[in-house]
Design a protein around this ligand. Sequence first.
Ligand SMILES: Cc1cc2nc3c(=O)[nH]c(=O)nc-3n(C[C@H](O)[C@H](O)[C@H](O)COP(=O)(O)OP(=O)(O)OC[C@H]3O[C@@H](n4cnc5c(N)ncnc54)[C@H](O)[C@@H]3O)c2cc1C
Length: 455
Amino acid sequence: MSHHDQPGERLPERRYDVVIAGGGTAGVVAALAAARQGARIAVIEVKGYLGGLAVEGGTGLHSFYNLWKAFPGVEKRQVVRGIPQEIIDRLLLVGGTTGHVEMIEGYDYDSVCTAIDTEIYKRVAFEMLEEAGVDICVNTMLTGALVTGSAVEGVTTASHTGAELFRAKAFVDCTGYGDLCAYAGAEFTEPNDYPVANSIGIGGVSVEGYYEFLKAHDAIAELARGPRSGKPDQIVRLRGELDKLPPGFRDEARAIGMATTTTTVHDDYLMFIKLNYKMPVSPTNRDAAAKAEAELRRRQARAIELFRRYVPGCERAFIARSSPSLCIRRGRLIACDYDITLDDVLEGRHFPDDIMVYGFHDSAPRLQIKEGRTYGIPYRALRVSGLDNLLAAGMLITSDHDAHMSTRNTVACMGQGQAAGTAAALCAARDCSTRDLPYDTLRQALEAGGVYFES
Ligand SMILES: Cc1cc2nc3c(=O)[nH]c(=O)nc-3n(C[C@H](O)[C@H](O)[C@H](O)COP(=O)(O)OP(=O)(O)OC[C@H]3O[C@@H](n4cnc5c(N)ncnc54)[C@H](O)[C@@H]3O)c2cc1C
């Protein structure tokens, strides 16, 4: 490859206590948590809105609860509270979520369904960050890091304003891709162990029609009822057993990597239908990602055809929304001071430096956390190895694929965000490294922020 040398540039500078890179699932919560510690915060987000994959890829927020329904006699516990729950409370006020409704079928996978209206979520996220006094730098891409020794001094960005430098005392990488960590020289790998996706919201459909279609083939694997379009006790979640569906539907769904799971908070709308595609290389490869984007658009069109042809009431189905860019389950895996193992997850282990507890596994019922228990995520698992003022939160931690199938879910990422944002702000206030922050201080602040612990 040929190269072009960029002459030295003078960049305008902004100064903060904490910079949160990525205003997605974890980043929104991290920014709120940091701001509530009284810190001056900027959140840098490449898209024009906040919320990340929570509003782009998944069907519901997994999970605020332990898996109590799968284990008779086990107590029902809301195990993630704090700021993630505050977001749900705000959404409830404006009809933006079902709240936590109990699963009727498929409760050995998750005991509750928390479905959201993605567009209301984006608006509520803006409102909450504005109220907290966060500088919301959307349409701004983080492009590099300025590092001295083992300290990140600042990050460079690109926007229509031009290039800028954001200086801060502490940083949290919530980019999912791990861009900040990579630019700062952190150790990382790129496992490429998942398919990428571009999930679509489908309009012009009948939710009841989809239900009847699955029922007619005795194929209902998941079902939840809750509020929808202002009416109680409506279908809000469905999953079909693909094997039982007509061969024409089944084989084409398999060919395009289409999942049959969907949730909704509106009549006539399915949010989302996931289309998957396994890239030959990591999604950080721009040229390969471009091919995946194009292929997924073709798969979306084929998915719409399937609904039109096979599902009664969906003859006029259309794509009502799609993701502006690939939905990834993992980009870079960042080396942190502790790597959560599958045993930690399944055995329900807790640590002396827990920052949250969590009770959901995306491979359930094949892999379940023992007896409906929770495991703890230790503070060490968020501390980026080799750097003194950089934390990571979200899908970019946890190397073991099957352990990651738990820690990468939205509500786990949100909880990590609260811890990382709180810790970063406390470090900035004390002028200390992430490793010198006393755990008791962090724990006290998290408890004051409503975080639930089991040890
Ligand atoms: C198709 C799919 C379906 C899923 N289904 C579910 C589900 O049903 N339930 C569930 O609980 N979980 C689900 N997950 C998992 C879950 O959604 C994600 O793991 C989680 O939301 C990741 O959160 P995050 O904060 O790490 O990343 P994100 O939410 O992706 O946030 C990262 C943010 O950083 C921004 N960003 C990235 N790079 C830069 C940069 N250089 N500069 C500025 N901004 C940047 C991005 O635009 C984004 O907003 C699904 C994931 C996928 C891909």
